[in-house]
Structure formats: structure tokens, C-alpha cells
Design a binder for this molecule. Sequence first.
Ligand code: ARG
Length: 470
Amino acid sequence: MTPAHGKKHEAGSHKLWGGRFSGGPHPALDAVNRSIAVDFRLWPHDVRLSKAWAAALAHAGVLTARERAQIAKGLDAVAARIADGEKPVATDEDVHTMIDRLLHEEAGAVASRLHTGRSRNDQVATATRLWTMETCDALDVLIVSLQRVMVAQAARLERSVMPAYTHLQRAQPVSGAHWMLSHFWPLQRDRERLAAARAHTASLPLGSGAIAGSAFPIARARLAKSLGFSTISQNSIDAVGDRDFIAEVLFTLALVGAHLSRLAEDLILFGSSEFAFVRYGDGFSTGSSMMPQKRNPDALELARGSSARMLGDLVALLATIKGLPSGYNKDLQEDKRTLFDAVDGMTLLLPAVAGSLEALTFDADRMKAAVTSTMMATDLADYLVRKRVTFREAHGAVGRLVREAEEKHCELGALPFASFRAAHAEFGTDVMLELSPLTSLGHREIEGGTGPNAVKRQLAAARAALRANI
Ligand code: ARG
């Protein structure tokens, strides 16, 4: 649409400030100050909050109904133009300036009334919160998608058995489903953290003005409701300088990154020829330009690698906040760089990890073959404890058996019964049953344990967690 009222602003002339300055900013300041490349994506939220602000101004008697309607119509036209591919011009300092410029083109002089009682300080805080609320919802969907893949793989692995490792040494046998779900629950906690971060985000700063609060009688609670916020900020100084919500989201993402990284590390290890518990799907493997035999788990390695950047984003934001004087400071413009970087990274990562996991095939035979009878050493000690031997004494007796097996270069199960009897008089012939991994699993029906029924209940709990609202 061509400007209906007034002339198109000359490029370079549209600024939200500048009345008191004789010349424009030095190019070096301009270059460092310009944030539109980063904050452009806030435009739908800026348009939305601006429409709500116009409504609030009208409600407060600052705008007439007609002016409000002209501004609303103009903002719709601005949104349509940007959605159609309208690009920022060289002089648009940030997305708020760009929208203001376009609104002047669309609505004419009345556009100059919109910024009444508001500052970019409360405006950007509001737009960033709106974006963050929407993003938390989108991230939750992506996490759930990965969790669903985990549940599906766990169901497939329900009857499998594999070594669980401590210190990366074979420790005790567990069901494959139990291992798989050990990666499910951390993500469930992350979802709770994300929901908490979202709840803290849903506090409206708009109405705070630059620092002292708007001088017009804006019905803030009503404004909050119209924008989907659940509460309003209680202190305008705090509201314009508060980026805690970003820190909370970044912490959550850093932790999601750490969790994906640990899953990835397990799978990378399990995919090595030495383990060969898993085989990567074709769609999620890459080859080598030199070694024809290679099948590389790049997505998993990138999950491990890029979670480092999310951690960096969190640290950068915390360092930005620390030591700032109260109120808004331009340092805070850097907040979006960290937030968007972490969110963009995670948005790429979650589907790649979900896809990699979904395309994996587990080799149940290899997993089972890695369980040796020596891993049932604890079960042997528990066997003696059931015969009223103290655990300390039982541990010592089994330790001697393990040493004997080591000396003979065999596993515990290859020792003759006489050795068991010699190690402790309470060992009966039924002890050989204890050397079976399935017996070991069967002893662990405790809640949270790897017994077959306990894992069945755990799977049901995981499915229920995905159905429940957080
Ligand atoms: N682009 C700025 C930011 O992201 C908007 C706020 C500008 N406020 C100001 N007082 N210059 O923080």
C-alpha cells in the first residue's frame, strides 16, 4: 500500500529519538547499536503488543476510538507487509523503529500518537516475553516428541538385558528399557523447568514506561489479560531491567543440552564396533570422504558439541546482567542474541536427536552378550545376606571369589561350586541361579528398579507423564 496520509519518510530520517541532536550518530556507533538483524523476528509480537497498547490508550481516554482504529488498521497493514517480505532499511535501528516507520507510512500522522506513555524499554521487554512464552510452548512440543521416541524404544527394549555402567565399568545388568528411560526423566524435569520459566515470563512489563511508570491511566491488568500474560510487574524499575526469565530459559536449555549430550554420548559409545549395541539408521549417518566403511553419528556428535554453546549463552547472559545498575541499560540489548542462539540451536537439535534415536536399531544379542556372570557379584553377596550373613562378610567372600576368577582368567560363572563353598559355607548349590541376569533383574522389583514389573510400571508412568499437563 502506498502511504495514505503524508509522504513516505525519507530513508535515514525515521528515528524514535534525535530531536536534541544536531547530527546523526557516527557510523561506528550506528553499527554497534543496530540490533535489527537480531531482533527482527520479534515483529509479530511488537505488532500485537502495539495493537493492545493502542486499545489500552483508547480505554484510558488518550486516543479516540477512531484513532485507535486507524492505528490498528495501520498495524495490520504493517504486519501484512512484513509477512510479505518487507525488509528493514539501512536506517532501521531495531524492529520497533522499523514498525514505527512502516506505521507512519500506512497510517500517517496518527501513528505518532502510539508511543504515548510507552518506551522501547517496556516495549522490548514485553515483546521479548511474548516471543519467549510462545517459544517455551514450541520447545515443549519438541521435547515431548523426543520423549515419545524414547518411550517407543523403551517398549521395544522391555525384554532385553544389558550392562549398566558405573565409572564406565560393567556394573550390573539392567533391562534395556530401564537404560532408555533413564534419559526420559531428565527431559521430564526439563519440561517442568521450562513451564516454570514460562510462568515467570508471563508477567507484563508494559505500562512501566522508560523507568517510572506510564503517566496515563492504563488498565494494566486488563492489558495483561488481552496479551495472554497472567500477571503484571509490580515495580517499573525492576520491570524494564528484568531479564531473569531469559536466564531461566537459558538455564533450562543448557540443561536440556547437557541431557541430550549425555544421551548422545551413550549412543556414540554403544555404536562403536567395540560395543555394537546399536546401529545408526541410514538417514542419520554420514560417511567419510576417505574411509568407505565409515558410518558416523554426526547428529549425536553435534548434540554433544552444540550443547556447549547453550551453556555459553547462559553464561554470557548472566555476565551481562551481573553488575548492571538498576533499570534499562543498553547492555540488555545483548539478551536476545543469547536467547535466540540457544533456542535456534535447540530447535535444530531436538528433532535431529529424536530422528537419530528413532532410526536406531538395538542389537539385543550383543547387549545380552556383554552381560557377564561376574556382574552378578552383588547378587551373590545379597544371596548370602538373605541367609543372615552380614553384608560386609558377604562382600569379602564374594571378593575372594572374584579374585580367584581373575587369577583363573574366567568369569564367576565358570568357577566350580567347590570354590563357592570354600568362599563361604552358606553358599548352596542354588547359588548358580543367582548368576543369571534375569534372576538379578527379578530381585529388583522395587519402585524405580530394573525388575520387569517395575519397568512395566515405569513405562506406564512415562506414558502418563506425557499425557498429563505440566
Ligand atoms: N533495541 C533495544 C533493545 O533491544 C530496544 C530498547 C532501546 N531502549 C533504549 N533506551 N535505547 O534493548
